[in-house]
Design a protein. Structure first.
Length: 248
C-alpha cells in the first residue's frame, strides 16, 4: 500500500500566511503539518509515499529531503494547481497506486497519528475516517451511512440531520476498489471536465455505481481540517495539546 498525500493547493483562505509558504508547511508544534502527516504515515508502517504538489512545490520538496529521508517519496506535479481542485490532484496519482492500494490523506489535517493504524486494523478493505460528536453545518464534508455503516452519500450536500459524521480526509482503498474509483475519477475529470470540484464527487459516483466503503468512527482521537486562520488557531488550541510530540 502507498500513501498518497495531496498538497498542491493555493490555500487562499489562509492568506496572508500562505503568500510565501504552502499550507502544509505552516509551522505548528515544533514542525509543520506535512511533518506530522509523513511521520504518522511512517509510524503506521508505510514507507512509499506519492506526494502531489503544485503551489510553491520547491519548498515542499526541500522539506521532504531535509526531514523525511526514511520514506520513499515520489513527487507528482499538478501544474494546473491554480485552476483545479483535489479531484485533479488525485487523478494525477493514478499510475502509481492502482496496483497496490492507497492510503489517501489531505495535507491540511492535524490529527492523532493512531488514526492511521486504527484504519489499517479496521477489518474492512475500504474504510473512511469519520469524526462524530459535534454539530454539523453546511461547510463540512458529511457522510450518510446505512445500518452497517456503509457509506451511502458523501459531500457537503448531505443534510446534517442525516449525517453519521464528518469525513476528515483520510481513507484506505484496496486495489479492487481503486479500479472502480479511478473509472469514476476518469469520468469526472476527462469526460465531464470537472477538475475544480472535491474528490468526494467521484467517491459519490463510485458509490452510486456499486462501490462500497465503510465509515470508521475515530472516536475520541482528535483531528481537524485546516482551511482558515480560525481553523488553524483552533487546531493549535484544541488539538495540538492532545497529540504526541514529533520525533524529529
Amino acid at each position: 500500500m502507498k500513501a498518497v498525500v495531496l498538497a498542491a493547493g493555493l490555500a487562499s483562505r489562509l492568506r496572508p500566511w500562505t503568500e510565501q509558504t504552502p499550507k502544509c508547511l505552516l509551522p505548528i508544534g515544533g514542525g509543520t503539518l506535512l511533518d506530522r502527516t509523513l511521520e504518522a504515515v511512517e509510524t503506521a508502517g508505510l514507507r512509499d509515499v506519492v506526494l502531489v504538489t503544485g503551489y510553491l512545490e520547491d519548498q515542499i520538496r526541500a522539506r521532504v529531503r531535509e526531514r523525511h529521508g526514511g520514506l520513499r517519496v515520489k513527487f507528482v506535479r499538478n501544474a494546473a494547481y491554480a485552476t483545479t481542485n483535489n479531484i485533479y490532484s488525485l487523478w494525477l496519482a493514478r499510475g502509481l497506486v492502482l496496483e497496490e492500494g492507497m492510503l489517501l490523506l489531505d495535507s491540511d489535517i492535524l490529527f492523532d497519528p493512531g488514526i492511521l493504524s486504527d484504519l489499517r486494523r479496521a477489518g474492512r478493505p475500504d474504510v473512511l475516517a469519520v469524526k462524530r460528536g459535534f454539530a454539523l453545518g453546511e461547510e463540512e464534508i458529511k457522510v450518510e451511512v446505512d445500518a452497517d455503516r456503509r457509506v451511502l452519500a458523501i459531500g457537503k450536500h448531505v443534510p446534517p440531520d442525516r449525517a453519521f459524521g464528518e469525513s476528515i480526509g483520510i481513507e484506505i482503498f484496496s486495489p479492487s476498489a481503486l479500479s472502480g474509483l479511478y473509472r469514476a475519477l476518469e469520468n469526472k475529470v476527462v469526460r465531464e471536465g470537472a477538475v475544480d470540484v472535491f474528490y468526494e464527487a467521484a467517491f459519490q459516483d463510485w458509490i452510486d455505481a456499486g462501490g462500497t466503503i465503510t465509515a470508521f468512527d475515530i472516536g475520541t482521537r482528535p483531528a481537524i481540517e485546516i482551511d482558515t486562520i480560525d481553523d488553524f488557531r483552533m487546531a493549535e488550541r484544541d488539538v495540538l495539546p492532545l497529540l504526541p510530540p514529533l520525533r524529529t
